[in-house]
Design a protein around this ligand. Structure first.
Ligand code: SAM
Length: 453
C-alpha cells in the first residue's frame, strides 16, 4: 500500500474516534472484508458461500470468511444477494429506527444511486414504497438498472437526471437518500489507486459538489420527511462540516440514531450545530470508512400538486394473456412501451405517471414481455421479479448446467417440459428457456452472459 496522504492524517487529528497509529496500521493490513446482503424476497440456502457471521447493524447482512467467485455463483445472478460493503448497510438500521412505528408506504428518492447498493437496500427495507433510483451519469445507469432488475422489486423507477431536475418535484418525497460522490478515503483499503488520487483540493471540490447536490434536491423533501446524507470519506469537510452547512441553509433538524456500543461505530457532533454523525473506522469495526447523518424536515414546504392523467393501458385480450403469468395481477397496472408490456404496482400508478413528466425514466417496474399471437414472450425481468406467479413450469438445474445457462450456451436437458420454462438453481430463478421437441433454446440476455470460464 502506498503512503497515506499526510495532509489527510493531519486534518483528522481532532476528529472523534481518529487514532493515527491504528489508522496507519489498518491500512497496512491486507485483510479484505467481504460482505453480502441477502434478498429477503428470494430466500436461498447460502451454504455454498463461506458465511461467517451476521452484520450486527443489518439483519440481512453477512460477513464472508473469504471472497468467493461471485461470477461463478448462479444465485448471485438470480439476485439472491447483493455484494455490499458492511459499513454502508447501517442505512438499514436507520430505516428501521425512523419507521419503527410507521409502516405507511413512502415516496423515496435515492439521488446518487449507481450501482444500486443503497437502492436495493431501500427496496428491501421499504417493500411497499415507491422508490426513485436516480443516477446522473448515463454510463452508470445501465449497471444500476441491471442490479435493480436482478433484485426483482417491482416498485422501483430508475431515472437518469441531474439533481437540479428534482426542483420540478417540490415537497414530493418522504425520504431522500444522498450517498454523495466524495474523495473516497474510506475506501483506500479496497482501492489503492484512490490514495494516489487523493488531494486536499479534491476534498474541497467534493464538498462543494455535495452542497450543490443538497441544494438542488432538498426542496423535494416534504414536511415530516427525512434526509439521509452519507459519504465514504473521512474528511470533516465532506461530513460534519456539510452537516453544519445543511443546518445553516435549510430548515431541517438533526436526528439521533441509537447505536449499540458493541458495534464500534463512533458518534461525532459537528462543531457549530452539534449535528450527530456516525463514523465507521476499520480499526474499530469490520467495515470500511463511512459517514452517515440524518435530518428531519419538520416545517411546511411547498407541495407538489399532482395533475394526474391516466396513461394508455393495454388491450383486454392482452391482459387476459399476461394475467396467467402474474401473482395477484389486479394489484398492477400494465402499460405498453412500443411492444413491451410493463407492470407497475397499481397503488403507485399515479406517482409513476407524475414523475415521468419531470424525470427521464430509464426503467420502471417490471418488464413483463410482448404478445406474439395468443402468447406472451416473457421478458427476462419477469423471471427475476417478485411478481411472477409460482406455478410457472421450471427446470431445476445443477451448478454446471446453471453456469452453461448463464453463459448462454446450448443446454442438453432430459425434461418433459414443453414451451416456456424457468431455469432455476436452488429454487432461484435464473431466466427463461424454451423447450422445443428437439432442443432447448436459451433466452439468457446476451449482454448479461458470463464470459469468465
Ligand atoms: N449509492 C450508491 C450505492 O450504494 O451503490 C453509490 C453512490 S456513489 C458513492 C456516488 C454516485 O454519485 C456515483 O454513482 C456517481 O456517478 C454519482 N455522481 C457523480 N457526480 C454527481 C453529481 N454531480 N451529482 C449527482 N451524482 C453524482
Amino acid at each position: 500500500m502506498s503512503n497515506l496522504p499526510a495532509a489527510l492524517i493531519h486534518s483528522l487529528k481532532d476528529v472523534r474516534g481518529f487514532d493515527e497509529r491504528l489508522f496507519i496500521e489498518v491500512h497496512h493490513d491486507d485483510t479484505q472484508i467481504t460482505s453480502i446482503r441477502l434478498n429477503p424476497a428470494k430466500p436461498v440456502s447460502v451454504s455454498e458461500l463461506p458465511v461467517e457471521s451476521v452484520i450486527p447493524w443489518c439483519a440481512n447482512g453477512r460477513y464472508l470468511s473469504e471472497r468467493p467467485s461471485f461470477t461463478l455463483d448462479p444465485t448471485f445472478h438470480g439476485g439472491a444477494y447483493y455484494v455490499q460493503e458492511a459499513s454502508s448497510m447501517f442505512l438499514d438500521q436507520i430505516i428501521k429506527q425512523l419507521y419503527k412505528h410507521d409502516d405507511e408506504p413512502k415516496r423515496v428518492l435515492d439521488v446518487c444511486a449507481a450501482p444500486g447498493g443503497k437502492s436495493t437496500l431501500l427496496a428491501a427495507a421499504l417493500p411497499d414504497s415507491f422508490i426513485v433510483s436516480n443516477e446522473v451519469i448515463k454510463t452508470r445507469v445501465t449497471v444500476l438498472a441491471e442490479n435493480i432488475s436482478k433484485w426483482g422489486s417491482s416498485n422501483v423507477v430508475v431515472t437518469n437526471n441531474d439533481p437540479k431536475d428534482f426542483k420540478r418535484l417540490p415537497g414530493y418525497f418522504d425520504l431522500i437518500m444522498i450517498d454523495a460522490p466524495c474523495s473516497g478515503s474510506g475506501l483506500f483499503r479496497k482501492d489503492a489507486d484512490a490514495i494516489s488520487e487523493w488531494s486536499g483540493a479534491n476534498v474541497q471540490l467534493c464538498s462543494m459538489r455535495q452542497q450543490r447536490i443538497l441544494t438542488d434536491t432538498i426542496g423535494s423533501l416534504r414536511q415530516n420527511g427525512y434526509l439521509i446524507y452519507s459519504t465514504c470519506s473521512y474528511s470533516k469537510e465532506e461530513n460534519e462540516e456539510v452537516c453544519d452547512w445543511i443546518i445553516d441553509q435549510f430548515q431541517v433538524i438533526p436526528v439521533d440514531i441509537k447505536i449499540d456500543p458493541s458495534w464500534g461505530i463512533v458518534e461525532t457532533k459537528s462543531l457549530k450545530h452539534q449535528v450527530p454523525g456516525y463514523r465507521f473506522y476499520p480499526y474499530k469495526l469490520k467495515g470500511e470508512g463511512f459517514f452517515i447523518a440524518c435530518f428531519h424536515q419538520r416545517n411546511p414546504v411547498d407541495q407538489y400538486y399532482p395533475h394526474y392523467k391516466p396513461a394508455s393501458s393495454i388491450l383486454k385480450q392482452e391482459k387476459t394473456i399476461i394475467e396467467r403469468w402474474i401473482d395477484l395481477p389486479d394489484q398492477y397496472v400494465f402499460n405498453k412501451q412500443q411492444e413491451l408490456i410493463v407492470a407497475f404496482p397499481a397503488k403507485w400508478h399515479e406517482e409513476i405517471s407524475e414523475v415521468s413528466k419531470s424525470l427521464a425514466i430509464r426503467k420502471s417496474g417490471v418488464a413483463v414481455g410482448s404478445i406474439k399471437g395468443a402468447d406472451l414472450v416473457p421478458h427476462h425481468e419477469l423471471a427475476l421479479s417478485n411478481i411472477l406467479t409460482s406455478n410457472i413450469p421450471f427446470a431445476e438445474l445443477n451448478k454446471e448446467q446453471s453456469l452453461q445457462y448463464l453463459r448462454r450456451q446450448d443446454l442438453l436437458l432430459d425434461t418433459k417440459l414443453k414451451g416456456w420454462a424457468l431455469a432455476q438453481y436452488q429454487g432461484i430463478n435464473l431466466g427463461w428457456m424454451k423447450v422445443l421437441p428437439n432442443r432447448v433454446n436459451n433466452y439468457y440476455p446476451v449482454n448479461w452472459r458470463i464470459l469468465k470460464s
